[in-house]
Design a protein around this ligand. Sequence first.
Ligand code: NAP
Length: 324
Amino acid sequence: MKIIHVENSGRDYRLVLGSEPRPAPGPGQVLITVAAAGLNNADLLQARGHYPPPPGASPILGMEVSGTIAELGDGVAGWRLGEKVCALLPGGGYAQFALADAGSVLPVPDAVDLMEAAGLPEAAFTAWTNIIDTGRLASGESLLIHGGTSGIGSLAIQMFAARGHRVFTTAGSDAKCEAARSFGATRAINYTREDFVGVVKQETGGKGVDVILDMVGGDYIQRNIEAAATWGRIVNIAYQKGSKAEVNFAPVLTKRLTLAATTLRGRDPEQKRAIRDVLLQEVWPLLGSRVKPVIARVFPLAEAQQAHEFMAKTGHIGKILLTF
Ligand SMILES: NC(=O)c1ccc[n+]([C@@H]2O[C@H](COP(=O)([O-])OP(=O)(O)OC[C@H]3O[C@@H](n4cnc5c(N)ncnc54)[C@H](OP(=O)(O)O)[C@@H]3O)[C@@H](O)[C@H]2O)c1
């Protein structure tokens, strides 16, 4: 099967087309004929040598795919050969065939294009588990999502706007803010000329927001604390502007805030299955109507290098895909 492998792992890595034998599914796994693979920022980190796959995972890049089921491993029930699916993977997505744990697989409804569905799993799992499981967003509460036009942000805004939440978001240009509003954001804040703390305070009558999903870090660590409401929850999924900051923790105490940070990739299959089951119930019925994958650009597999370079420029809105 065709795969992409990383040459010269490090700052000047190259992604090149190669081939490998097609893998066979083990117990509890399915083999997927890949229609498309979604790009994630973590793929760029892995190629640079900073984010190794968890033990037992494929060393091939790629944490999400869509396609059709080619083979079922022992003990897998509820799926049939040829069924259209998308799946969260611990690795191995930049390949013609990819192995997935059956508990990380979701159906692709008719209302969603099979290729575009490759942009759903990582964003849906990450948004749900961080905003609901860790952030405990409750009915009627408000939400601030930084990076509103990122792959994660573009789906997260839709998911939680559709569930009736007031969603604030930040992005780095007016065009990105306009896109974020089209996803359902109540207020998109262009952080190059507006202070999100001031805007959020003003829009909430001085109260602040209940839950913040942050991928930025750096000076946002302090500013999130200022923007949070009493009993607020701040959840970091990345620290793109830095994981070190001098922080005044006094408002964490006085506002009774919770600060948390989680990763998804290394969680065990049972935890991922639990998230998958809730997504099926709570988010999948909204697909095709209130929630759609936002696709920035599609590259053929052989142009994986160009796709990474495009992502690194951070001008995109939504997900970048590789197709076969
Ligand atoms: N912890 C987890 O489990 C988990 C899971 C999935 C993803 N993530 C992380 O979540 C982030 C988003 O992932 P993605 O795949 O959706 O990435 P993506 O599409 O490349 O989006 C990243 C966005 O972050 C914003 N950004 C980048 N550098 C920034 C900076 N220095 N300051 C402020 N904003 C910056 C950019 O938007 P603007 O141009 O608007 O600034 C960019 O669109 C990544 O950092 C990824 O590693 C974590």
